[in-house]
Ligand binder design. Structure first.
Ligand code: FAD
Length: 286
């Protein structure tokens, strides 16, 4: 069992790992890709670089720094985290156990950029099958997504209804789905009154009572929501020690909101590491 499992290998995750390693804790980083920094080729406001650096180069520097210090980095996608005194982290390839988890998965989740979507979040549009699926038992449920994250949500929703429609929104399906109606063309609008009623695509309209969103990869707020951690405007709520309301679940960087900058993410990671070390030492001494 790891002392600390860090989800995310961006500035917040690597910064935390560097400190945690020096506290001689047994840690691991799980990351799926280069995160937000892969989207920029020009960073010139971060300390210590005379010339501008690309985001990709900065992430690679961080990864190499961590590896040089003997920190294990696993390149997998975290799909779910369960909490029962300790944490079980499920990825697309394996399962890991940890005493604490630090979420550093970057800015929050993906929605649909179509007319009506934002109007119906919380009015039939949900980001959490475990939290809200039961409300729509025996109703017409849609789920948006095309990969393993969608499959996770689909498996939960299957328990509540036989009327399931999977909307891949124009993305090729990468998992096997049995028993659901499959709609593969892009979604163009969400319609309803006080509740969602229809999903409109480029070819037709589909009646639904609820729509669950599971696009791409689960974000920190998706994990947090499923575990019962508090969110504030889609950001994970943490206290001054970067701990959520769930004991041992910490979060840092863009996923807790605030100033979306590398310097802030690095600072969050460093502060969170000190708090995690203290938390583990206190727990061990009880
Ligand atoms: C276009 C653009 C330009 C920017 N330019 C600047 C700039 O010039 N200067 C500046 O200071 N800031 C800039 N930023 C902001 C900066 O990139 C972020 O503030 C910073 O990267 C946040 O770090 P983070 O560690 O919180 O998250 P990220 O850097 O987003 O890292 C997230 C990590 O989590 C991992 N992850 C996510 N989900 C999962 C999952 N389910 N399973 C496993 N791993 C997962 C990712 O693989 C990644 O390793 C820019 C952002 C953008 C979008």
């Amino acid at each position: 069992m790891f002392d600390v499992l860090i989800v995310g290998g961006g500035p917040a995750g690597i910064s935390a790992a560097v400190y945690l390693k020096r506290f001689r804790l047994n840690i691991v980083i799980i990351m799926k890709d280069y995160g937000t920094l892969a989207k920029t080729d020009h960073i010139e406001n971060y300390y210590g670089f005379v010339e501008p650096i690309t985001g990709t180069q900065l992430v690679e520097n961080g990864i190499n720094q961590a590896k040089r210090m003997g920190i294990s980095i696993i390149e997998e996608e975290v799909l779910n985290i369960e909490y029962f005194d300790t944490f079980t982290v499920k990825t697309n390839k394996s399962e890991y156990l940890a005493k604490t988890v630090l979420l550093t998965t970057g800015a929050s989740r993906s929605g649909l950029k179509v007319k009506g979507f934002n109007d119906y979040v919380g009015k039939g549009i949900s980001y959490c099958a475990v939290c809200d699926g039961f409300i729509y038992r025996n109703k017409r449920i849609g789920v948006v997504g095309a990969g393993e994250f969608m499959l996770e949500e689909y498996e939960v929703l299957k328990n509540f209804t036989n009327e399931l429609t999977v909307f891949t929104n124009g993305v090729p399906l990468s998992v096997d789905i049995h028993g659901a109606t499959l709609v593969s063309e892009p979604i163009t609008a969400i319609l309803g009154d006080e509740q969602i009623r229809q999903v409109k695509t480029s070819l037709a309209s589909y009646d639904v009572d609820a729509l669950f969103v599971a696009i791409g990869t689960p974000s920190a707020s998706d994990f947090a929501l499923r575990m019962g951690a508090f969110l504030k405007n889609n950001d994970i709520e943490v206290d001054e020690t970067f701990m959520t309301n769930i004991p041992g679940l910490f979060a840092a960087g863009d996923c807790i909101g605030g100033f979306y900058q590398i310097a802030k993410a690095v600072s969050d990671g460093a502060h969170a590491s000190v708090a995690i070390n203290k938390y583990l030492r206190q727990k061990a001494s009880l």
